[in-house]
Design a protein around this ligand. Structure first.
Ligand code: N2P
Length: 346
């Protein structure tokens, strides 16, 4: 009898410890690669019992096409750039958020809230923002680099690095040819396409995760790069320099959203709120070196971090920079010219 009672008590104990984890369930995240540290994901699971199933993408286009095919199903949380959010709302791919469940939302800089692509932030909560600036190797290139048009200098032929990211790379070409990264005029896109064609041969376009290594190992001497990737590359190769070109640079803002077919909606809210905590946002920022919109996290940065203009651009640096935004129907034009360029460029 004693043994029976002991086994019963043991079973109950095991059940009681197993149950909360089971009830906590899962969270299926689809995110940019190299964007949330593994130990942050692990700590969320430790704290909540929620199991995270995590996969990554390299471009908004890949993430968007997948969600479209799956009719918003398959994931509980994704992280598009602002220029995709308006379109995804229109396509019915996103769920309205319950902001009452986001206690830490007040930490986010009002400057990145209520923007035109999602007024009132009914669908999206900012995670990180950044720039796509110019990187070059100062040991290989001695004279000052100040302009996107420097990419065309004959001595850099075959030594240019551009991302396989349509809006960033087209954005650069539009800036270089005197227009705006959000232009919807066909003649501007034609001029940008012509600029890019000059860089197509030999191949200068790299997958996003490979791109920074191409600068580190000096296969390329100059290129366009996200500021976080630039800082990681600069840690590995001290000759690399990052500049804000005189024509300006494309800017992005990435936000968490919940797809319309999400199953674990409560868990997705819990995760967004966790990521809004100042010390958690700080860990993402310190590992991947993008700009945080979390005002409480900014207070945790030390002087060296605050003075780092790649990590923390000044108003002067940002003066000519342009947030990449949705282009409505012109997205088909962008797709057409990008397709014409990318065939043979990679
Ligand atoms: C980090 C991805 C940055 C995303 N690897 C830029 N939208």
């Amino acid at each position: 009898m004693k043994r029976f009672l002991f086994s019963l008590a043991l079973c109950l104990l095991l059940l009681s410890t197993a149950l909360p984890a089971q009830a906590a369930g899962k969270l299926i995240i689809y995110n940019w690669s190299e964007y949330i540290p593994d130990d942050v994901l692990e700590d969320f699971t430790k704290e909540t019992g929620i199991e995270i199933i995590y996969s990554t993408y390299e471009s908004n286009e890949t993430m968007h096409d997948k969600l479209l095919v799956q009719k918003g199903r398959g994931y509980d949380l994704v992280c598009p750039s602002s220029y995709f959010i308006e379109q995804m709302i229109k396509e019915g791919l996103l769920l309205k958020l319950d902001k009452n469940r986001l206690k830490n939302l007040g930490n986010i800089d009002p400057k990145v809230m209520n923007l035109v692509f999602d007024p009132d932030n009914q669908y999206s909560i900012p995670y990180m923002w950044g720039t796509y600036g110019l990187i070059y190797n100062s040991a290989r290139i001695k004279d000052a680099i100040t302009s996107w048009n420097d990419l065309l200098r004959p001595e850099f032929k075959g030594r240019v690095m551009l991302y396989d990211d349509p809006r960033m790379t087209m954005g650069v070409a539009l800036l270089a040819t005197g227009s705006n990264p959000n232009s919807t005029r066909e003649e501007d896109l034609q001029a940008a396409h012509k600029f890019l064609l000059k860089l197509r041969d030999p191949k200068n376009v790299f997958d996003v995760t490979a791109a920074k290594n191409v600068m580190v190992n000096e296969q390329s001497y100059i290129g366009g790069i996200w500021n976080g990737d630039a800082l990681v590359a600069m840690e590995e190769n001290a000759d690399l320099r990052f500049v804000y070109p005189k024509e300006g640079a494309p800017l992005f803002l990435d936000s968490f959203v919940i797809p319309s077919g999400a199953i674990n909606v409560d868990n997705a809210h819990a995760f967004i709120d966790f990521m809004l905590r100042p010390e958690i946002a700080m860990r993402s920022q310190e590992e991947y070196l993008y700009c945080t919109p979390n005002l409480e996290t900014l207070k945790l940065l030390d002087k060296e971090q605050l003075d780092n203009r790649v990590l923390n651009p000044t108003a002067e640096d940002l003066k000519s920079c342009v947030f990449v935004s949705g282009v409505g129907e012109a997205k088909d034009l962008y797709a057409r010219y990008w397709e014409k360029f990318i065939t043979n460029a990679k």
